[in-house]
Design a protein around this ligand. Sequence first.
Ligand SMILES: NC(=O)c1ccc[n+]([C@@H]2O[C@H](COP(=O)([O-])OP(=O)(O)OC[C@H]3O[C@@H](n4cnc5c(N)ncnc54)[C@H](OP(=O)(O)O)[C@@H]3O)[C@@H](O)[C@H]2O)c1
Length: 226
Amino acid sequence: MQTVLITGANRGIGLELARLYAARGDRVIACCRDPECAAALHELDGIEIHRLDVTSVDDIADLKAALGTRPIDILINNAGIIGPERQSALNMDFDGWLKTFEVNTLGPLRLAAALLDNLRRAEAPKLVTLSSRMGSLTGGGGSDRIAYRSSKAAINRAMQGLAEDLRGERITVVVVHPGWVSTDMGGPAAPLAPRESATRLAAIIAALDHGDSGRFIDIDGKDADW
Ligand SMILES: NC(=O)c1ccc[n+]([C@@H]2O[C@H](COP(=O)([O-])OP(=O)(O)OC[C@H]3O[C@@H](n4cnc5c(N)ncnc54)[C@H](OP(=O)(O)O)[C@@H]3O)[C@@H](O)[C@H]2O)c1
């Protein structure tokens, strides 16, 4: 039985990951911005729900205080936003860009830093951040969604750095692309159902060992383009 902490667990891929790990009998620490409105999470057996806006330093401190010294085997930074309406380089909503960075880039690293001690207390801890191929700098163009793309490129680089910093420890740090998934973010045309994405992600996570630390992994398990 593992302890799995998931951010943005109230809908989309995060909810399916919570469902999947709970069904396996793992201890799921499901985090979401508004626990009172997370009806689907409350239906799951044996999970604990914590309030967490990943941009809130206070929420992160409260979560850390609630967890104390409990070991965390798997921390999944799933919460994310697509960003503002206007986000091309020629037509940028700068406040929205900043907000996108706060959620998609600063949030995951801030949480990882706060819970590092809990990860260190697990036997073979894994820190997994949901990124996107849209953040790739080498894998082809696209001038749309620049706020989102740049926030994912930046978290990729930050997690690559963290993996390097933690090389001498047992913590495996990776970023993963979950596929194009039919969630609120991915839209109805996306080919992959959230459950299928979560199932594949869980398989990738289960197979990780420390040698994988620092990788950007695609949903097929192969290396994604940085
Ligand atoms: N769907 C895709 O095709 C796709 C492709 C590549 C990467 N991804 C990545 O996969 C992850 C999950 O995406 P998804 O498709 O499941 O998205 P989604 O359906 O839009 O769900 C996003 C989740 O993030 C939460 N969230 C947003 N802002 C937050 C904040 N400040 N603090 C805490 N939680 C916050 C949302 O909570 P609320 O309900 O409170 O808003 C929701 O639970 C994201 O990181 C996304 O970038 C998705």
